[in-house]
Ligand binder design. Structure first.
Ligand code: MN
Length: 250
């Protein structure tokens, strides 16, 4: 059994270390991860500058690119054969609702799913101000999910997006299947001036709201459960496709 691990927080992040500690019990682990933080890079590929992959231990590479670059290089160059499953994480922070579109963690799993490999993205949902970080809880949930995926398989071009509350293993209520909900951020642009008087900006803020969709990923995680959401790469809204044919020529 061959398991590829990636992330978007960088190869030295505590979340990926938690998976590296837990998943070797299931098979041969390969790690190909960015050489530094690449959160919110989504599915970007580096196409206009070279990529470096530096060995960082046996079956372990640090890459100068994005999470999707890492999976691409791992699958098509660095590994000595195809993985049985690809696991991305554990991200430091939930990837809930809208986050799925921005997340490098989820995109690494999606890159694997697009290539036909079973894939899991996993994130630890930490509240602002949380001092503890229970990555081991998330690693344990991931190990069980990985076993389930290896046993049962996944539909083609589907990944599992797992979000785990930041609690000790014994305090986790369990694991629930949940649809993607709506996590929305308040728009925030902070304009400043550089020493030459030219404006520059910081975008994005910590504020968010969970739309109160009963049983969706955010409320499930806030209630103390790990939420598992199947994410499909087929993005067509099929019912509306029929309506759209009324607007178009065919
Ligand atoms: Mn991240």
């Amino acid at each position: 059994m061959r398991i590829l691990i990636c992330n978007d927080d960088g190869i030295d992040a505590p979340g990926i270390r938690a998976l590296e500690a837990r998943l070797p019990a299931l098979g041969e682990v390969w790690v190909v991860a960015p050489d530094g933080p690449r959160s919110a890079q989504s599915h970007a590929l580096t196409m206009h500058k070279p990529l470096r992959a530096r060995p960082s231990g046996p079956r372990r590479f640090s890459v100068s690119g994005t999470p999707a670059d890492c999976v691409y290089l791992a699958l098509h160059e660095l590994m000595d054969g195809p993985p049985d499953v690809v696991v991305s994480g554990v991200n430091d922070g939930g990837n809930l609702g809208n986050d799925i579109f921005y997340s490098g963690t989820v995109a690494a799993a999606r890159e694997a799913a697009l290539g036909g490999y079973p894939a899991i993205a996993v994130s630890l949902h930490r509240e602002p101000g949380d001092l503890d970080a229970w990555f081991e809880t998330a690693a344990e949930v991931t190990a069980r999910a990985t076993e389930a995926v290896l046993t049962r398989g996944l539909p083609p071009r589907v990944l599992l997006n797992i979000n785990v509350p930041n609690v000790a293993p014994a305090a986790l209520k369990g694991v629930r299947a949940a649809p993607m909900g709506r996590r929305e951020y308040a728009p925030l642009v902070e304009a400043r001036h550089d020493p030459r008087g030219v404006r520059y900006y910081w975008i994005g803020g910590p504020e968010y709201v969970f739309a109160d969709i009963e049983g969706s990923d955010g409320p499930v995680v806030e209630a103390g459960w790990a939420a598992v959401t199947p994410i499909h790469c087929e993005l067509t809204l099929t019912p509306f496709l029929e309506d759209l044919r009324g607007w178009t020529d065919a």
